[in-house]
Structure formats: C-alpha cells, structure tokens
Design a protein around this ligand. Structure first.
Ligand SMILES: Nc1ncnc2c1ncn2[C@@H]1O[C@H](COP(=O)(O)OP(=O)(O)O)[C@@H](O)[C@H]1O
Ligand SMILES: [Mg+2]
Length: 234
C-alpha cells in the first residue's frame, strides 16, 4: 500500500534520512523504532508531504512525487504528529470538524463525529469543552480521532504514547490495537518498544537515518539487552 524506495529526507541542506526503503501492506501495523534523532519523524514528514525528499514514495500505486500535503490527505494519508497538536482554544467537536476539512459531505462528517464520540466516550462527554482543558491522554485521543475524521487509508502515528502516564499509555495502545482490528493500516513510530512490538506485523529499526535492522517482531526475541542496545532505549 505504501512503499518508500531509497528515500532521503532533507531539512534545508541537512540530509536527515539516507535512502531508506520501507513497505507497509494493507491492514498491517508496521513499527518504526530507533533512538532520538534517528530520522523517524523526518520519515513520517516526508510521507505526509511536509519534508522535502528524494527517492520514491508510492501510495496505492501512485508516486506521490508532486503531491501536496492536501493531495496526500485526500489520497488517504493521515498524520498524527508528535506532541498532540490540538487547537486548544477550540472545542473538542470543533477540532474534529477541522479534521474533516478535506471532505465535502457534511452529513457524513457529522455522522462520523457522532461515531467517534461513541467510540471515545471521554471525548463525547467533553464535546463542548475547550480542547486545551483535556488531560494529556484525552488530548492524544482527540488528536487520533481528528486524524481519523479524514477517513484515512493509512494512519501515521508519531510517538503517540510520549509523555503519558503508564495507565494512559495502555489506553492509547488499546485504541491503536482496536484500530488495527478494524482493518486500519498503521505506520507507528514509538519509543515504547515493548508495547509497540505487540502490535507490530513488521518492524524497522532506524539509526542515524538508515534502516539497520528489519523483520517481524521475533527480530528482537526476548533479549531486552539487545533491544536496549539496538534502540538506545533502556
Ligand atoms: N527542522 C529541522 N531542521 C534541521 N534539522 C532537523 C529538523 N528536524 C530534524 N532535524 C534533524 O534530523 C535528524 C532526524 O530527526 P528526527 O526525524 O526528528 O528524528 P527522530 O524522530 O527519530 O527523533 C536529527 O539529526 C535532527 O536534528
Ligand atoms: Mg521524532
């Protein structure tokens, strides 16, 4: 469904990712692991059209070379960026409306909003509350629900559990597991190796802008020392 071939990602003159190749098949949950600065966010940014890149990114059989950020959203790519970027002065409901900006069918959008309020009762109960008043975990749920409002084919998640208390982390992982169950294709960037591996159909380990290892989750076995060494996460 999504194929990156020899992708280099640039921030101005700086090459952050050096020719990586990654595949995500329909319905899979693929996990990108790696220490800080490895190029994980840069990779997701290139897919979403936010960062400049060379090499090919193909999505649903089309090369995205000249596709804008909006074109990619319309094609079915949704990014949940690092750091829960909600609109804190808008209500929970208004945040979801914004997530549907690429869609025209208003009644279908309203129906989806109700659907997500049922799926995420914490959001439903707070629909008229300013999003900035939500807890960190609730804001993460809102960010994910907002991304889902574009009815994506693939969800790119950038460290969704970062900075959340362990119990809230578990809720976020449960939600991602449910999305996977429902058939959503997911590319997940995580530092929380153990939880991420449980969801992973396939894993890429990124280090200093290169894929250094890849395989299914058995790649890491039960060797936590190896895992820590490979990912820089202890
Ligand atoms: N906007 C930017 N401008 C310049 N360098 C950047 C920018 N964003 C990231 N980088 C650099 O690119 C490399 C990869 O960063 P990033 O993709 O954020 O890694 P990760 O998400 O794995 O922590 C790092 O060396 C980082 O300093
Ligand atoms: Mg990052």
């Amino acid at each position: 469904m999504l194929e990156l071939s020899h992708v280099q990602v640039f921030h101005g003159p700086i090459e952050a990712v050096h020719g990586i190749s990654i595949n995500v098949a329909q319905g899979q949950c693929v996990v990108l692991l790696g220490p800080n600065g490895a190029g994980k966010t840069s990779t997701l940014s290139a897919i979403a059209g936010i960062a400049q890149y060379r090499g090919a990114i193909n999505f649903l059989g089309n090369n995205l070379v000249s596709a804008s950020i909006e074109d990619r959203q319309r094609a079915g790519i949704a990014l949940v960026p690092e750091g829960r970027r909600i609109f804190s002065n808008l209500s929970v409901r208004e945040n979801l409306v914004i997530g549907a900006a690429t869609r025209n069918n208003r009644s279908a959008v309203l129906k989806d909003i109700e659907h997500w309020f049922e799926a995420f009762p914490v959001l439903g109960e707070r629909r008229h509350q300013m999003a900035g008043t939500l807890s960190g975990g609730e804001q993460q749920m809102l960010t994910i629900a907002r991304a889902l409002m574009s009815r994506p084919e693939i969800l790119l998640l950038d460290e969704p559990s970062l900075g959340l208390a362990p119990l809230i982390c578990q809720q976020v992982f449960r939600l991602i597991a449910e999305l996977k169950e429902s058939g959503m294709t997911i590319l997940l960037v995580e530092q929380n190796v153990r939880d991420a591996l449980e969801l992973a159909d396939y894993v890429y380990l990124l280090n200093t802008g290169q894929v250094t290892q890849e395989g299914d989750h058995s790649l890491f076995g039960d060797d936590t020392n190896l895992m820590a060494e490979l990912t820089g996460i202890h």
